[in-house]
Design a protein around this ligand. Sequence first.
Ligand code: NAP
Length: 417
Amino acid sequence: MSYQHIKIPESGDKIRIVDGKLQVSAQPILGFIEGDGIGPDITTACLRIWDAAVAKVYGDQRKVHWAELFLGEKAAGIYAGNYFPDETLAAIKELVVSIKGPLTTPVGGGFRSLNVSLRQTLDLYACVRPVKYYQGVPSPMKKPEEINAVIFRENTEDVYAGLEYKAGTPENKKLAKFLREELHAEFFEDAGLGIKPISEFASKRLVRKSIEYALENKLGSVTLVHKGNIMKYTEGAFRAWGYEVAAEKFGDVTITEAEVWEKHNGKAPAGKIIIKDRIADIMFQLMQLRPAEFEVLATMNLNGDYLSDALAASIGGMGIAPGANMSDEVAVFEATHGTAPKYANQNKVNPGSLMFSGAMMFDHIGWFEVGKAIEKAFETVVAKKVVTYDFARQIDGATEVSTSVFADHLIEAINRQ
Ligand code: NAP
């Protein structure tokens, strides 16, 4: 495919998908989107860190060939005001694996959010957020090292579907009339109305993906998070469909928590993934009190949104929490924080969120050693209390450094490994 403004490096190879599996050469092309606000600062730093880690681990044997793609304000400057160019979407699909910085949503641009549009257009139905503690990172928890979980949040439906009707509008009145007269629903006269669709299709594909991840990574449990005690036919259905897909597609490698107690005296047979479920509000408590019991969490959209930010706070905050949005083919890794406009172009913020999303990306393409080198370097540098402003204000005696100097320290630590 030819592009107007995007240059695909001729030196590298495009990642392909064959029989559902990624085919990655030693010279893959990966897409990157700089992002807005603090995006350029953190992307510049991270590209240096990722390249240094790949060079350290693989020498001349492997190299990433980066293709810059454009979304957000940078795109608007290049594509005559278009924040969301079609060719960027085409390139994200063609390159299969990309990473992006945060994006500003243009006010009055016709988008609810560029990120939501990206997820919907490419059907990136799973938002994947690992929460893992790194030594030395300031945390409000007593034993943050016990947190090591991956959240799979459904990205396409729930109250994010945009089915909302403002009080007083003709649409709201029509819907209210239908609900009252046809379904005998009772609610206050001036209520705004929203609809929460939860489907079997979307629930099952999300839970399937979370179980596949647990299998690939040899993890012991997948927990379905829901509020099915109250919302029986949406959140309760998610729970039921989750157990169903586990039994239908993974019956030989999974076991329910109930079966573990009924038939195995509370101890899962070797090699089986335990499928369990927890009510959402209890889940927030449990992740503070007994986080070691949970490895993969499968959630609907809203619960996952709350849970991933709460857990990010417990392991050091949004500055270092990584994430990705994925379909079965395309994966877009991303910084999970926003554009933090007050810090734009100040070379100040923590590049950790984007950097660890990159580490996830290297795991995704099977280059596991790269992420390990980055994690080790991060712990080494943070142990010396050399940190960006966000950690400096929480660590006594810290040396506060800029984004680029923090990257310098990380690269030095990588090269010393
Ligand atoms: P934000 O950009 O995430 O910033 C909120 C606060 O989080 C910052 O003021 C800063 O805290 C802290 N923070 C964020 N990134 C950091 C980093 N790399 N290092 C250290 N601290 C960091 O949230 P927002 O101000 O609500 O949103 C700003 C814009 O971003 C909005 O236009 C929003 O739509 C957009 N947004 C984009 C994405 C995305 O692209 N994925 C996600 C969320 C929001 P302190 O003030 O305490 O220093």
